[in-house]
Design a protein around this ligand. Structure first.
Ligand code: UDP
Ligand code: MG
Length: 166
């Protein structure tokens, strides 16, 4: 079945100039990219993204890591779509712990464990369809994706928007 998944190239991946390497590895999956952007990660976004980890002893460090306190303060966010996208992307990423990950997986090749004990594992990928929906809707608006993957509604928001000055 075709599904979609959120991928983040985490701040350590950008800092280490691994964007190209990671995208090349992901292209092995032959999935389609339906959304992509460079994003700043606010504390609110970081906390929401990792809300399932909030009771972990390393939560504070994890939030700092994904916000880019230790590296470049940005992530690359992508949505991959296609047959078994969630499973295929998780496979090429490898296990969460970079030392246990398959050595030729992205995390096995490029990840490390910091002296503070955080797994700097270069990439995030949604674990299942429920997480994918929550995460994609958190990181992307419907107009930022080139496919209609979830239901949308139209709202008339009267707000000021910035446009290019000419
Ligand atoms: N993490 C960590 N130590 C752990 C478990 C997780 O530093 O013992 C970090 C790691 O960066 C991981 C993220 O927390 O990617 C989210 O953890 P999760 O269990 O959701 O793993 P994932 O889905 O990313 O493989
Ligand atoms: Mg996870």
């Amino acid at each position: 079945m075709a599904n979609q998944t959120l991928v983040l190239i985490k701040p350590d991946g950008l800092k280490k100039s691994l964007t190209g390497n990671v995208l090349t590895r992901l292209s092995e999956t032959k999935l389609e990219i339906i959304g992509a952007k460079i994003a700043r990660v606010s504390r609110k976004l970081a906390t929401e993204h990792y809300r399932h980890m909030k009771d972990k002893p390393f939560f504070k460090e994890l939030i700092k890591y994904i916000m880019g306190h230790y590296h470049k303060e940005k992530v690359m966010a992508l949505v991959y779509w296609g047959e078994d996208a969630i499973k295929k992307v998780r496979k090429v990423c490898g296990s969460t712990n970079p030392e246990e990950a398959d050595t030729v997986s992205i995390r096995g090749q490029y990840g490390r464990i910091t002296t503070k004990g955080v797994y700097e594992n270069v990439i995030h990928a949604s674990a299942n369809a429920k997480d994918a929906k929550r995460e994609i809707c958190l990181w992307f608006g419907p107009d930022e994706l080139i496919a209609d993957i979830y239901p949308t509604k139209v709202q008339n928001i009267n707000k000021k928007t910035r446009i290019w000055a000419r």
